[in-house]
Design a protein around this ligand. Sequence first.
Ligand SMILES: *Cc1c(COP(=O)(O)O)cnc(C)c1O
Length: 495
Amino acid sequence: MEVLYSSTRGAEGKFKASEAILRGLAPDGGLFVPDHIPHLDRSLKEISELNYQQTAYEVMKLLLTDYTKEELEYCINSAYDSKFDTQDIAPLAEADKAFYLELYHGATIAFKDMALSILPYLMTTAAKKNNAKNEIVILTATSGDTGKAALAGFAEVPGTKIIVFYPKHGVSPIQEKQMVTQKGDNTCVIGIEGNFDDAQTGVKKLFTDPALAKEMDEAGYQFSSANSINIGRLVPQIVYYVYSYTRLLGEGRIADGDPINVVVPTGNFGNILAAYYAKQMGVPIAKLICASNSNKVLFDFFQSGTYDRNREFVLTSSPSMDILISSNLERLIYHIAGDDSKVDAEYMKQLSQSGKYEITDDMRKKLADFYGNFASEEETAATIKNLFEKTGYIIDTHTAVASAVYNKYLQETRDDTVTVIASTASPYKFTRSVMKAIGHDDASKDDFQLADELSEITKTAIPEAVTSIRDAQIRHDIVVDKTEMEKAVRTFLKI
Ligand SMILES: *Cc1c(COP(=O)(O)O)cnc(C)c1O
């Protein structure tokens, strides 16, 4: 049965998957949501015999229904190839009674690669299918990881340009260097004086500006999004939750039908929403454990039913989660309101006007599968240290937030269900914070020297993504105020 996509805020029109991917955001600023969530049509036992690419096909064919088998296989096989440093694509590592689902084996060593290595193929295929006449301009706000992963995916892709905005003072040195050294004439990287929420709000504004859209169209351009608001990001993320379950099943770590819990370090709520969809599709996930850093707006939401962004924005050692407006929560709000776009639109209006909204008791009841908690900076660092000392396994700061929250959950509930923790970045992406956590902070050393030391101490190899940027030339050095984003876009596109 065909799946069609419509706006969480009620804008008219139902779109095929390829149209929704091309557009990115619905015309009214809402997010595209599927009109129903299909159930897996092969058993988990059968899927457990498939590799990552085949599993991806089994999931994606159900949600991207207007893509042909050939098109999907082309996209999947082009994305999940030797760009990943392991054939497993997303291996599971067992440490201290949990399974870490390592989502960082792609080109930019963060989990964003899982979706952004396939999005350019899904999008250019969509452009062909829909006879799009314009060049696609990918407009992206990044808290650090999306930017590089999107740049790597779209660099030199014919018929596309990509513009990335990042908070100049809100990303790690390695994250920044990864972005500003990006090659490709179709790429543009801009630092803004502002935080991630400013970047994201600015990008959304550009997207929904009808006058700008008209000018763009006249110049032969149309915007699309590589942010997790794009359904083309979300669908590929469902795959690895199915895969982690079927791997555990295939290896006899669980029996068919056994529940698992999933812990996700959360910022924009994209990754955990994918786990929620995986559950709707039939993966026996019991608890969806949402882990926040000190920007704990989601924890407070799960506690109280009120989403309130009016608070101080904190810069933490897990910068990719430094977010106060979790865009993808809008999709969950829409679903727990009973797929009601009126309710969703009203809450989103309140969010943009007063910075908060409160959901009803009925809606709160539908959040029973979620558990939210947060980890402080100290708890995050202590988790890295303890896990390393106990097991020799080294994790990054974002994963450590998840691991710390899992420990809190265990203490509170004694729930011994088999648990998968989404491991969202390589420790080499946040080297200084990781080294500091294990007691090797040295201000006189740069992040690359620290990577050498980290490698020695943990007996792990420095990923190619880090060695290759060490001496790379800086190609992007524009920094603008958060109010000047439109001007910067116009300059790059010469409109
Ligand atoms: C983006 C990111 C997250 C947060 O994921 P969301 O889908 O935004 O919730 C967590 N960890 C890392 C390393 C990331 O890059």
